[in-house]
Design a protein around this ligand. Structure first.
Ligand SMILES: Cc1cc2nc3c(=O)[nH]c(=O)nc-3n(C[C@H](O)[C@H](O)[C@H](O)COP(=O)(O)OP(=O)(O)OC[C@H]3O[C@@H](n4cnc5c(N)ncnc54)[C@H](O)[C@@H]3O)c2cc1C
Length: 295
């Protein structure tokens, strides 16, 4: 199929308007942001909705990157291209620019959004791994008000999230802590393709101890039903001096704790190998950046 089934289309004029439409139309309606995930699924008849509510006119309310001393807030309608090009974001969290350089192509990046990426809940979505790594929190708004859901609870399974049929993801928040560095690594079969495996890492070094790991997080994509946070890596690194042996140890944990399937992108064994190797590399680069004071 190359054309979707017929649907009604409405452009929301505000977040409140979008929520009102979703409440009225129920599960037969879906929001459309960049449309780069939803429309292909509708064309392939993998998804059928009677109504699409277009939120692209809500840039004032939902399209922003706000850098504050202790928190970074990014609106759900912020596009891949804006995440790629923001120098302020790259200074605080270079993992975003690393990831955006290897997500899709310019056409997709010009329209695709952070909110759409997270809400699609594709297990291979690179930005979900980034937000998991950075301990992001998702702000979800409905007619009853706002609630904040941590990334670790946002995805409920492949293509399922904590966002209800009559709710909208408005913002993702990230804590900013001193001594941090972050990086993203990905193996893809060809430029712009989905990940065979990708890995994000973030490390915060302890200023008082001269550089032991105060905290570290790793997030993997394409090796489980959703992007995978690895608490065992966090536990293994806490309080330790960064070293090649430590990065290798973390890589072995990542390879052990992920749950990839064999598919057309590679065997389970190959993906476990990649999860370990990419974790090792991402952690090494995160520590280098933390030591250089480069976010
Ligand atoms: C050719 C191609 C290559 C790609 N390569 C990659 C890649 O390498 N890595 C990668 O990670 N991704 C890749 N993608 C996916 C791309 O990043 C996502 O499709 C896109 O960014 C999703 O965002 P969107 O705004 O287009 O979402 P849409 O398609 O508009 O929406 C996706 C889903 O999210 C919902 N939604 C959107 N916004 C909200 C919101 N604010 N609140 C609640 N629900 C919402 C929609 O209702 C829909 O269910 C690729 C896509 C294409 C087409």
């Amino acid at each position: 199929m190359q054309v979707p089934a017929p649907f009604e289309y409405e452009r929301a004029t505000s977040v409140e308007h979008a929520i009102g439409l979703l409440e009225r139309l129920g599960s037969s309606a879906r929001l459309v942001a960049g449309g780069h995930s939803l429309l292909p699924m509708m064309k392939l008849r993998l998804a059928n909705f009677e109504y699409l509510v277009d939120i692209n006119d809500l840039r004032d309310e939902l399209g922003y990157i706000r850098i504050e001393p202790h928190e970074i807030r990014i609106g759900a309608l912020t596009r891949h291209r804006e995440l790629l090009e923001s120098d302020a974001l790259a200074a605080a969290f270079p993992i975003f620019r690393d990831a955006e350089k290897v997500i899709a192509d310019p056409v997709v990046r010009n329209w695709g959004t952070l909110g759409g990426s997270l809400c699609q809940a594709d297990p291979s979505e690179d930005l979900s791994a980034v937000c998991t790594t950075l301990d992001g929190s998702c702000v979800i708004r409905g007619s009853g008000g706002e609630r904040v859901v941590p990334m670790t609870e946002f995805h409920r399974g492949p293509y399922e999230t904590a966002v209800g049929d009559d709710e909208i993801l408005t913002e993702i928040r990230f804590p900013v802590r001193p001594g941090g560095g972050s990086a993203f690594e990905k193996v893809e079969r060809r430029a712009g393709d989905w990940a065979v495996v990708s890995a994000g890492a973030a490390v915060w070094l302890d200023g008082d101890t001269g550089g032991t790991v105060a905290d570290a997080r790793v997030g993997l994509a394409a090796v489980g039903p959703n992007t995978t946070a690895l608490p065992a890596v966090t536990a293994a690194l806490a309080g330790r001096e960064p070293s090649e042996e430590l990065y290798d140890e973390a890589g072995r944990i990542a390879a052990r704790d992920c749950s990839p399937d064999t598919d057309m992108r590679g065997s389970e064994e190959y993906k476990r190998h990649l999860a370990g190797e990419l974790t090792t590399r991402a952690l090494r680069r995160s520590v280098e950046r933390a030591r250089q004071g480069r976010g």
